[in-house]
Ligand binder design. Structure first.
Ligand SMILES: [Zn+2]
Length: 318
């Protein structure tokens, strides 16, 4: 009898492992799948210590969201989950096919751009940027919606509400977690506002791609950048470099900014072409390649946005 039980236990464990690996939640667990780190971290905050939910971060290899190619297992995870949360930007074109494979008729899908409605912004070209070959008449929304604390406040509320619909007995807990989290977002938003208000400089200059449009707009900052949004281009033209170097001189900017990643060559070239050559090169993290490994090192959406505020402070003070 003992042998039989331990044999069965082994089978059950094997079964659980198989299913855990293929991304299907264990019996009785609600399965929530998120694409990128900021969404994952927001959902984690709403869930709190509720062990009835299994949360998955899909883009977890350190490859940025624009280069993501889903595997068959990823498609399976999306198709079989209870709640799926994604941005629905240009980089999420694969999602449509995955959703067609859906096996769960009660699945809830949260589309962040749609949730933001009129607060979603179209990509913008400002003076000095590399011109991009655009398809005629096509509206392209800026998909980096998570880089606004104010967007975050709206989006976490919808996430908490949806979780409450899937697990009504826990709805109050999710709502309470949400209220706590929104208070933190709100406090950080105020801190950003104070830094910008007291700053000597009102313009940011990115010698890089520019995913921070939502953030600069929240605080009325001006900006220049080498590329609009996240262009696939990695080379800036002579004209772009000259224009941006000229702006650093003209506005006496203390810093040229970059986003995360190792290649800061454009920013270095811009600084090298200024008269004083003294602007600092500073990096703001747009969380496009953050992984569960970073999460295990206690990195959170809030901790990254706090670090970004420190960088912003330096970039705005002479
Ligand atoms: Zn991007």
């Amino acid at each position: 009898m003992k042998k039989l039980i331990s044999g069965m236990m082994l089978l059950v464990m094997l079964f659980c492992c198989l299913f855990a690996n293929s991304g299907i939640a264990k019996e009785g667990k609600i399965c929530v799948v998120t694409t990128i780190f900021p969404i994952y971290d927001w959902a984690r905050e709403m869930i709190g210590d509720d062990e009835g939910i299994e949360l998955t971060l899909l883009l977890n290899s350190g490859v940025d969201l624009h280069s993501f190619q889903p595997t068959a297992a990823d498609i399976m995870k999306v198709a079989s989950c209870d709640v799926f949360i994604y941005v629905d930007g240009e980089s999420d074109e694969w999602v449509e096919d995955a959703l067609q494979e859906t096996v769960n008729p009660d699945m809830k899908v949260i589309n962040l751009l749609e949730t933001l409605g009129d607060d979603a912004k179209e990509e913008e070209i400002v003076e000095g940027m590399e011109a991009e070959a655009e398809e005629e008449g096509e509206v392209e929304y800026d998909e980096h919606v998570w880089l606004s604390l104010r967007n975050a406040e709206k989006l976490v509320a919808v996430i908490a509400e949806t979780l409450g619909e899937v697990a009504p007995e826990k709805a109050e807990t999710y709502a309470a977690n949400c209220a706590d989290y929104i208070a933190k977002l709100d406090a950080l938003d105020m801190a950003y506002g104070e830094v910008v208000e007291g700053a000597a400089v009102d313009t940011l200059l990115f010698g890089d791609r520019f995913p921070f449009r939502y953030l600069v707009d929240d605080y009325g900052l001006n900006y220049f950048a080498a590329f609009s949004g996240c262009s696939a281009e990695s080379e800036a033209s002579f004209e772009t470099i000259v224009f941006l170097s000229g702006k650093v001189d003209e506005l006496d900017l203390p810093a040229v900014l970059t986003i995360e990643g190792d290649n800061h060559r454009i920013a270095e070239t811009i600084v090298g072409n200024t008269q004083s050559k003294s602007a600092a090169i500073l990096t703001m993290d747009s969380m496009q390649a953050t992984t569960a490994k970073d999460v295990s090192n206690a990195v959170t959406y809030l901790s990254i946005m706090e670090s970004n505020l420190d960088v912003l402070k330096q970039a705005l003070s002479r």
